[in-house]
Design a protein around this ligand. Structure first.
Ligand code: PLP
Length: 378
């Protein structure tokens, strides 16, 4: 009788070591963990939740059935409870973070869009807004070691911020966001690599968008939008309803706990189950902050690699980006991979001289210790 693949508690990875003094090869089996910041490490419990989804029959249900609506309703309630989302904010399901970018510009074709950009994802979002019907689409760039620049903004602008820039490991903290004068604007915030990992102050912006393959520890294919009451009001003024996924259409369906199109029911089921097992975001936020500090201290004391962002005030809590010589990075990746630890490649223009380490909730702290050991002995 051998081991069945399904009896493993984790995806195993193996290697052979040759002991020269005994002349014996040893087979060593260890866990495999990805530190890629998306798609990223999935909670091990998800394997069982997938089986539960199949067994429960929910995957065969129409999304306008009682069972489908009950699942959506419960999942929205769980998001509200676990992430402390105010009762008057709307929660919508989409298919991805990128789709959320598009939903905003096609549903709210305002005169002025202003994007603040300091990295690859902020830049991508700006490109999409420019292509979509927006008249005056402008951008302000700022450096990776700088805080968000406080500039005077035209009234009624749509301000687009990337709260956690996954490409370079920087963040806009909640106190920094609070300092910013955004009174007369509609503020949209990309939190794709932070929602579910850090505590957000929902009252500081109007649209918060994310997807589940990063901090929620789930497979890709589901996006989430959290909107203040102002968003619906503004969308109604523009009455832009030509797209199947317009905010107005999404909202009309969500009032019945339904979605416009057949949604990713498996994704919503898995989100529901993962939220049930998760503590309140306050607890996760504290844990990740301590863990991030460990990583930052670790690289401050490393002589081969250094932190890409040096300004502590803007360093991300969920994505650690590290700089080094191309050759060293290549060799380090090979070393960690042999131990089943996958580092994230650098992103865009920083591809060759940086690597990224996700500090997401689903990553086992023992695996972080293992990666730290592997890097410190490099
Ligand atoms: C990953 C990521 C996206 C893209 O999300 P998708 O769900 O793949 O569309 C957008 N913004 C940021 C900051 C990201 O990290």
């Amino acid at each position: 009788m051998g081991f069945e693949a399904t009896t493993w508690l984790f995806k195993p990875c193996y290697n052979y070591f040759f002991n020269a003094s005994t002349g014996v090869y040893h087979l060593v089996i260890f866990k495999m963990t990805t530190f890629y910041p998306g798609p990223s490490q999935i909670y091990p419990e998800v394997a069982d939740y997938m089986q539960d989804a199949y067994n429960s029959g929910i995957l065969l249900q129409n999304h306008r059935s009682d069972q489908g609506m009950a699942l959506l309703k419960e999942t929205v309630t769980l998001l509200r409870e676990k992430l402390n989302i105010p009762a008057n904010f709307d929660i919508y399901f989409t298919t991805s973070g990128t789709e959320c970018w598009e939903i905003i510009s096609q549903s709210i074709p305002a005169e002025n869009y202003l994007h603040f950009i300091n990295g690859g994802f902020g830049q991508k979002w700006f490109e999409y807004s420019k292509k979509l019907a927006v008249k005056n689409c402008e951008s302000i760039s700022y450096g990776i070691n700088e805080a968000l620049p406080n500039v005077k903004i035209k009234a009624d602008s749509i301000v687009c911020l990337t709260q956690n820039e996954t490409s370079n490991g920087t963040q806009i903290t909640m106190p920094q966001l609070a300092q910013f004068d955004l009174e007369n604007c509609l503020v949209a915030v990309d939190t794709v690599s932070s929602m579910g990992g850090i505590e957000l102050d929902w009252t500081l912006a109007d649209i918060w968008l994310t997807s589940v393959q990063k901090c929620f520890g789930l497979p890709a294919g589901l996006g989430i939008m959290v909107c203040s009451p102002k968003v619906k009001h503004v969308a109604k003024q523009f009455n832009s309803d030509n797209h199947y996924n317009s905010l107005l259409n999404i909202d009309k369906n969500m009032a019945l706990f339904q979605t416009v199109n057949t949604p990713n029911i498996l994704g919503i089921f898995l989100l529901n189950r993962v939220l049930k097992q998760s503590p309140n975001i306050k607890i996760t936020d504290e844990r990740l902050k301590l863990q991030a500090k460990k990583w930052y201290d670790f690289f401050e004391n490393n002589n081969k690699f250094e932190l890409f962002c040096q300004n502590k005030a803007v360093q991300s809590n969920t994505v650690i980006v590290v700089k080094g010589e191309k050759d060293n990075i290549e060799k380090l990746k090979q070393k960690t991979e042999k131990e089943g630890l996958i580092l994230g490649n650098g992103y865009g223009i920083w591809k060759d001289n940086t690597f990224r380490i996700a500090n997401f909730p689903a990553i086992d702290p023992n695996e972080i210790e293992r990666l730290m050991h592997c890097i410190s002995t490099f």
